[in-house]
Design a protein around this ligand. Sequence first.
Ligand code: ZN
Length: 348
Amino acid sequence: MAIYSQRPTCIVPPDLLKRLILEGDSEVRVRALETLSLDISVRQARAEIAGRRDFDTRPLGSLVDAGGTPNRVIHDQAQATTGVGAVARGEGQPASKDSAVNEAYDGLGATYKFYWEACRRDSIDAAGMLMDGLVHYGTNYNNAMWDGDQMLFGDGDGLLFTRFTASLDVIGHELTHGVTQYELNLVYSSQAGALNESMSDVMGSLVKQYALKQTAPQADWLIGPDCVGPKLKPALRSMKAPGTANSYDNQPADMDGYVKTMEDHGGVHTNSGIPNHAFYLLAIKLGGNAWERAGRIWYETLRDPKLRPNSGFRSFASATVRQAGIIYGTSSAEVSAVREAWSAVKVL
Ligand SMILES: [Zn+2]
């Protein structure tokens, strides 16, 4: 049964917004401050709702759904940050005149397709869950988030960010927070939180690679290149080269750079660079389509019954070795490649 203990998980970390407030010019400062204060109020509102939600709200029909088809509803918030806006496009309805509506509809569809075809998973909860996307959330809002049961998309301010719906890896990232919530339910703090963030970057990137039919060497391994504005170009994060995505990027690529901090729930968007880079190294080593072997090992690890919601990097890394052994055999090339990847980032 669903566990609604999830905090809202944003694509743009609070510490990046704080650095923009401290280091940016006056215009950047104002925009970052507006987004940060809205993020905080959303968190408070969702925490209240989360405390009340302990039941499954799926319509009865979906319980007998055999899977394979998404069930999407896109709402137009028209800048509202409370309540749920009017339905702008439901499942199977024709395209809207609004690009944000269509991008959200298509992005949720591409994410569903990836999880169904590559992972044999029927939606976020593996049981055909309705996928709700709320677009035009807030005014110039510089974030997108999974709030525990739906996706919220800001339009960006055009300077730090542009429309978040345009970025398929961001949509895949946010919905994967939902998948993680229904599987390992990794706590959003320190190493477990960084693993939660990393799993979203990994699967978000795979959703994009699957849609574009790109092999591991062809992929850009960037998060958010299609939604960053001029101040944060070329991207929000890089799995290939953590710490180089933009001039504010401070992600480490290995344990030598592990950041101990109280900010951002113990640096969940910072230290996620380490498992992100391990996945990238594995995918490149194995070659071909990253979702086929590397992605499968990571997805099965997310469902590993021996892991716990507070598992750290080493436990997670050991679990990926265990899963690679179960799938491909303990003396397989895949097991060696997984060990090598974690050793390169100094976790194992
Ligand atoms: Zn996230």
